[in-house]
Design a protein around this ligand. Structure first.
Ligand code: XBP
Ligand code: MG
Length: 251
C-alpha cells in the first residue's frame, strides 16, 4: 500500500514530556491549590496506566489517596485543578525546558519535503500540543499538521482507538495508507485498534511495556551518525527515514 501520511502521538513520542514535564506541572498545580500531594517519578510511572490528566487525578485518589474527600462538585474541581496543571505545563514548554526526541525534527522535515501528509493523535490537551510544536519547531509548524486530534474531542481516550479513527476520518484516509508513531502500550493498542501499522520509540517509562502489535520497536528514530537500536521487528540499528518508511508500509 502506498504511504501517504504519518500520524504522531505526542507525549513520550515527539518529546519525553511525562517525567520532567507533565509530572512537575501536576505537582505545581497541587501545591498551588494547597494540596500536599506529590507525584514522584516511580508513582507517576504507575499513574501512567491511565491516560488523560483528569482521569489520572481520579485514578491517583482511588489508588493512592482513598481517604481524600472530594468536594460535591468533584468534576468541576478536578477540571479546575487540571486547568492549572495545563497552565504550568505550557509555561514550562514556552521556557524551552522540553526538547524533541532524536530524529523527530529531521523526520518531520523529510516527510514534508516528500509531500507526505502529517497529523497528530494524542490524549493530551490541545494547548499542550500547540505549545510544544511552537516551542520546538516554531509557530508555523502547527500548520504543518493537517489534523491535530487531541484531548476530549473523543469520549474515550487511548487505549481506545477513537482518537486515531477520528484523525483518519478527518483526513479521508484508510489506515493502510498511513503509519502511526507511538511510545507506549496504551498508544499501540489505540493505533493498532484503528488498523494502523505502528512504529514505537520507547522511553524509560515504556521500555518494559507489552508492545505486541507494533511493526517495529526502537530506542528512538535515529539521527545520521547516531542510529537507533532496534528492539523488535528487525536487527541492528537504524536511522528511520522516508525511504525506510515506504518499505515498511509496503511489506
Ligand atoms: C498522554 C496522556 C496525557 C498526558 C498528560 O498519553 O495520557 O494524559 O500524560 O496530558 P498519549 P493531559 O501519549 O498516549 O497520548 O494532562 O493534558 O491529559
Ligand atoms: Mg505517548
Amino acid at each position: 500500500m502506498s504511504l501517504q501520511a504519518l500520524i504522531f502521538d505526542v507525549d513520550g513520542t515527539l518529546a519525553d514530556t511525562e517525567r520532567d514535564g507533565h509530572r512537575p506541572a501536576f505537582n505545581a498545580a497541587f501545591r498551588e491549590a494547597g494540596l500536599d500531594w506529590d507525584w514522584d517519578v516511580a508513582m507517576y510511572g504507575e499513574l501512567l496506566a491511565v491516560t488523560g490528566g483528569k482521569e489520572r487525578i481520579r485514578y491517583y485518589l482511588q489508588r493512592f489517596n482513598p481517604d481524600f474527600i472530594l468536594p460535591d462538585n468533584a468534576d468541576a474541581w478536578i477540571a479546575d485543578l487540571h486547568k492549572a496543571k495545563t497552565r504550568h505545563y505550557v509555561r514550562m514548554l514556552s521556557e524551552g525546558l522540553i526538547p524533541l526526541r532524536p530524529g523527530v525534527k529531521r523526520l518531520i522535515a523529510e516527510a514534508r519535503a516528500e509531500g507526505l501528509r502529517l497529523a497528530i493523535a494524542t490524549t493530551t490537551t490541545p494547548e499542550n500540543v500547540t505549545a510544544l510544536l511552537a516551542a520546538t519547531l516554531g509557530p508555523d509548524s502547527i500548520g504543518w499538521f493537517e489534523v491535530i486530534a487531541a484531548g476530549d474531542i473523543v469520549p474515550k481516550k487511548k487505549p481506545d482507538p477513537a482518537i486515531y479513527t477520528w484523525a483518519l476520518e478527518r483526513m479521508g484516509l484508510a489506515p493502510e495508507h498511513c503509519l502511526a508513531f507511538e511510545d507506549s502500550r496504551n498508544g499501540v493498542l489505540s493505533s493498532t485498534g484503528a488498523g494502523l501499522r505502528t512504529v514505537v520509540t520507547v522511553n524509560d517509562y515504556t521500555r518494559d511495556d507489552d508492545l505486541s502489535g507494533a511493526e517495529l520497536v526502537l530506542e528512538h528514530l535515529g539521527e545520521p551518525g547516531e542510529p537507533a537500536n532496534i528492539l523488535f521487528g528487525g536487527e541492528g540499528a537504524l536511522v528511520v527515514d522516508i525511504p525506510f518508511l515506504h518499505k515498511l508500509a509496503a511489506r
